[in-house]
Design a binder for this molecule. Structure first.
Ligand SMILES: [Zn+2]
Length: 380
C-alpha cells in the first residue's frame, strides 16, 4: 500500500511547526536510549536491562511490578478495572558457551536467532560470574583459503578464541558451559537520523513505550483505564515472556510494538517481504492475530494525528508478542505497531529517528482515543 497518507496532509510548514509544539526525543531520553541499548540483555538474562528500564520509567507510573522470569511492568491507574497494555520485548539474541576444546577454543549454541554469517572477526563479551571476559570469533585467513576449502560460517564451525591455550586456562577466566555471549558493538548515529546498534530489536521498543509513559505524565493526560507498560522477556525464543505476563495481567486490549524488515536495502526481496521503508512511518500489520477493531482505532488515530504509516500483511502469525497477547488469557484484542529496521539480528541494526518518534506519537494518539469498557467483539 501507499506508505504514507497523501502529500496533502504534509504541508511543508507542518512538521517544523509541530516539532516545536510536539517534541518527542529529548536530550535526557536520548541519553537513556544509549545507556539502555549498550547494556546487554541476553534472552533469559535480562535483569540488568530491566532494572535500568524500571528506574527510568519510575517517575512516570503509579506502580511497578515484575514476574518470576523478569518481565517488568509499570502501571498507570492500577485500580482501574479495564486494562490496556502497551508492550515491547526486552531480550536480545546471544550465544551460549556450549563446548570448550582442550586447546581452549569455544563452540557455541544459539540463544535466539543469532546469525552465524556475521560472526567471523567479531569481538564479543562472555558474561561470567567474574564479570565480562573478552573474546573474538577467529577465522582462517584469506591466504590459506581457496574456492575449494573456503568454508561458509555455520553454527558448527564458528568458534571463539579468548587468548587461552587450554581448557583449564579458559575456565580460570570464569568461563563455563552455559555462559552467555554478546557482541560488544554499541550505539552510534549515522547522518543525524539513523540510529545504529545491536539489539535495537527490540530495546528500541522498550525505549518507545517508556517514552509514551513519560509523555503521558508530562502532558498530564488522564486515561479512563489502567495502562500496563510491559517490557517482556524471552521473545526471541518463542514469545515466552509475553505468554506468561498476559495471564497475569489479563488485559482487555493490547498494543504491541516490535521491529519489522525495511526492504529497500540491497538483496531484500519485496515480493517476499513487502515494500517497507525506514523513514516512512510505523508499520501496521494485517493478520488473523491482529484484531480488526483495534487496528481500525490505530488507523483512525494515525489519520487524525497526521502520522504517516505503512501497511504489511502477515501470514499465519505476526511472529511477535502480538500472537501471545491475542491468543492468551482467553483472547485479547491486540494490534501491532512495528518500527521498520534494516539488518535485523546483525550488530548494525538500523532505524530512523522520525519513525521512532512516530511510533511514540501513534501509541499516544491511539491511547488517547480509547474508551474504557468498550465491547470489541466482532459479533455481538
Ligand atoms: Zn528479533
Amino acid at each position: 500500500m501507499a506508505k504514507q497518507p497523501s502529500g496533502k496532509k504534509h504541508s511543508p510548514s507542518r512538521p517544523a511547526s509541530r516539532a516545536k509544539t510536539d517534541p518527542i526525543l529529548t536530550r535526557q531520553s536520548m541519553a537513556f536510549m544509549e545507556r539502555y541499548l549498550n547494556n546487554a540483555s541476553p534472552t533469559g538474562f535480562e535483569s540488568s536491562g530491566q532494572r535500568l528500564w524500571l528506574d527510568y520509567i519510575k517517575p512516570w507510573v503509579d506502580t511497578q511490578f515484575t514476574d518470576p522470569y523478569g518481565t517488568a511492568v509499570g502501571v498507570i491507574n492500577p485500580g482501574a478495572k479495564y486494562k490496556v497494555v502497551i508492550e515491547a520485548h526486552a531480550d536480545e539474541i546471544s550465544w551460549f558457551v556450549h563446548y570448550i576444546t582442550k586447546e581452549g577454543f569455544i563452540y557455541l549454541r544459539r540463544n535466539g536467532g543469532s546469525d552465524h554469517m556475521i560472526a567471523p572477526s567479531k569481538r564479543v563479551n562472555i558474561h561470567t560470574d567474574k564479570g565480562l571476559v573478552k573474546a573474538i570469533f577467529g577465522w582462517p585467513a584469506i591466504h590459506v583459503r581457496n574456492g575449494k576449502n573456503d568454508p561458509a560460517p555455520s553454527p558448527e564451525n564458528i568458534f571463539l578464541d579468548c587468548g587461552c591455550a587450554s581448557k583449564e586456562e579458559v575456565e580460570k577466566l570464569g568461563i563455563h558451559v552455559g555462559c552467555v555471549v554478546t557482541y560488544e558493538d554499541e550505539f552510534m548515529v549515522l547522518n543525524q537520523d539513523t540510529f545504529v546498534g545491536r539489539a535495537l530489536d527490540n530495546r528500541m521498543g522498550g525505549f518507545m513505550i517508556a517514552e509514551v509513559a513519560r509523555l503521558l505524565k508530562e502532558r498530564k493526560v488522564k486515561l479512563p483505564f489502567g495502562l500496563y507498560i510491559t517490557n517482556s522477556v524471552q521473545e526471541e525464543v518463542g514469545l515466552r515472556g509475553a505468554e506468561m505476563i498476559v495471564e497475569r495481567i489479563r488485559p482487555d486490549l493490547a498494543l504491541v510494538t516490535d521491529v519489522t524488515h525495511d526492504t529497500q536495502s540491497p538483496m531484500m526481496n519485496k515480493i517476499q517481504s513487502g515494500d517497507i521503508a525506514c523513514g516512512k512511518g510505523p508499520v501496521l500489520s494485517y493478520g488473523p492475530a491482529v484484531h480488526n477493531n483495534v487496528l481500525k482505532k490505530v488507523v483512525a488515530a494515525a489519520t487524525a494525528g497526521k502520522i504517516p504509516f505503512q501497511r504489511a500483511a502477515v501470514s499465519r502469525a505476526t511472529g511477535t508478542d502480538t500472537d501471545a497477547f491475542a491468543y492468551g488469557a482467553a483472547g485479547v484484542p491486540s494490534a501491532l505497531i512495528s518500527l521498520p529496521l534494516r539488518y535485523m539480528h546483525t550488530t548494525v541494526e538500523s532505524v530512523n529517528r522520525q519513525d521512532v518518534e512516530n511510533v511514540i506519537r501513534l501509541m499516544l494518539a491511539t491511547l488517547g482515543s480509547l474508551k474504557a469498557n468498550e465491547d470489541l467483539r466482532y459479533i455481538k
